[in-house]
Design a protein around this ligand. Structure first.
Ligand code: PEP
Ligand code: MN
Length: 336
């Protein structure tokens, strides 16, 4: 829409789109309002001229990519900035999401929460429901973990990030969590994506273990039908290499930047599986333009219930944040 086009004009365009048998989805941006016309428009070339004539319409852009709402054209090349629990995530900030792989106890979680907050973390992450490879491995404390995380938020003011595994957990997450994490294993669980999108909450969507960038962005489109607050997370992909747990695809960050307006963060912990590699990969992520990190931190990693070898010790986290903040500064960003 033209800058300054009022809500009546926007509503009229949306109504016309519906009348054409398409679904209208309106996004009110800082500079401009965009009305997406979703549906099968192949072979309906007359639509463009018809919509372009409506009052208030600046131009009609066809998005020929397989993903639509997540595509960079959907916001006329304007990167999305999100505001979550007082933290800004976008092109001028660097978001540091930190915390244990899994919530193990009250004491452990509070100790880690206070320590990462003091070190300058932007948000606290902790697993409550864990997608473990083996059914015999620790599955997480569930509801109790979310209650502990909620208390940790009250203590520190840090917004909470945790993974939702099943839509039956929706009410619990609404009550206790600020950002829903969708794990790599669920990136292609399209029913779940649709349902989580409908919750209208901020979401971190992790890239599937063997998912292409195109597939990641199409998965994001499922969420974007319901929520505008989606953050993508590169967390390493399966390759022939076995020296690291996964292979961190650093090229995904600038490649995503060319294709999408959504913020992109990096998880160097699950990508490497080795805390000694987390610092260098995090620095590289900041240098290559990531909007932030998701890092595992534990007060005593040798005793962790899961992912011990990759978790940074709280004692080392302050120095880590300082180094990464310097790299982010060179990329023109300040810690969120
Ligand atoms: C996690 O972040 O705790 C996790 C299980 O990561 P991923 O889904 O990327 O394997
Ligand atoms: Mn983990």
């Amino acid at each position: 829409m033209e800058p300054g086009a009022g809500s009546l004009l926007v509503a009229a365009v949306a109504e016309r789109i519906a009348g054409l048998g398409l679904v209208a989805q309106t996004t009110v941006g800082v500079h401009q309002t965009i009305v997406a016309a979703l549906g099968d428009t192949a072979g309906r070339d007359e639509l463009d001229a018809e919509l372009a004539e409506l009052p208030g319409v600046e131009r009609v852009v066809r998005i020929s990519r397989p993903y639509k709402l997540s595509s960079i054209e959907a916001t006329m090349h304007e990167p999305t900035t999100l505001h979550i629990g007082g933290r800004e995530i976008g092109p001028s900030t660097f978001c540091m999401i930190a915390g244990p792989c899994t919530v193990e106890s009250r004491e452990q979680t509070f100790a880690i929460a206070e320590s990462v907050a003091a070190a300058g973390a932007s948000m606290l992450r902790g697993g409550a429901f864990k997608p473990r490879t083996s059914p015999f491995a620790f599955q997480g404390l569930g509801r109790e973990a979310l209650e502990i995380l909620s208390e940790a938020r009250d203590m520190t003011g840090l917004p909470i990030v945790s993974e939702l595994l099943d839509i039956t957990q929706a009410d619990l997450f609404r009550d206790h969590v600020d950002v829903i994490q969708i794990g790599a294993r669920n990136m292609q669980n399209y029913t779940l994506l649709r349902e989580i999108g409908q919750m209208g909450m901020p979401v971190v969507l992790k890239r599937g273990l063997s998912a292409t960038i195109d597939e990641l962005l199409q998965a994001a489109d499922y969420l974007l039908r319901g929520t505008e607050q989606v953050i993508l997370c590169e967390r390493g992909i399966r390759t022939f290499e076995t020296a690291t747990r996964f292979t961190l695809d650093l090229s995904a960050i600038p490649a995503l930047r060319q294709r999408t307006h959504l913020p992109v963060i990096v998880d160097p912990s699950h990508a490497s599986g080795d805390r000694r590699l987390v610092g260098p990969l995090a620095a590289a992520a900041a240098a290559v333009g990531a909007d932030g990190l998701l890092v595992e931190v534990h007060d005593d990693p040798t005793q962790a219930h899961c992912d011990g070898p990759q978790q940074l010790a709280t004692a080392d986290f302050g120095g880590f944040v300082e180094r990464i903040a310097a790299h982010a500064g060179l990329a023109g960003r300040t810690l969120a």
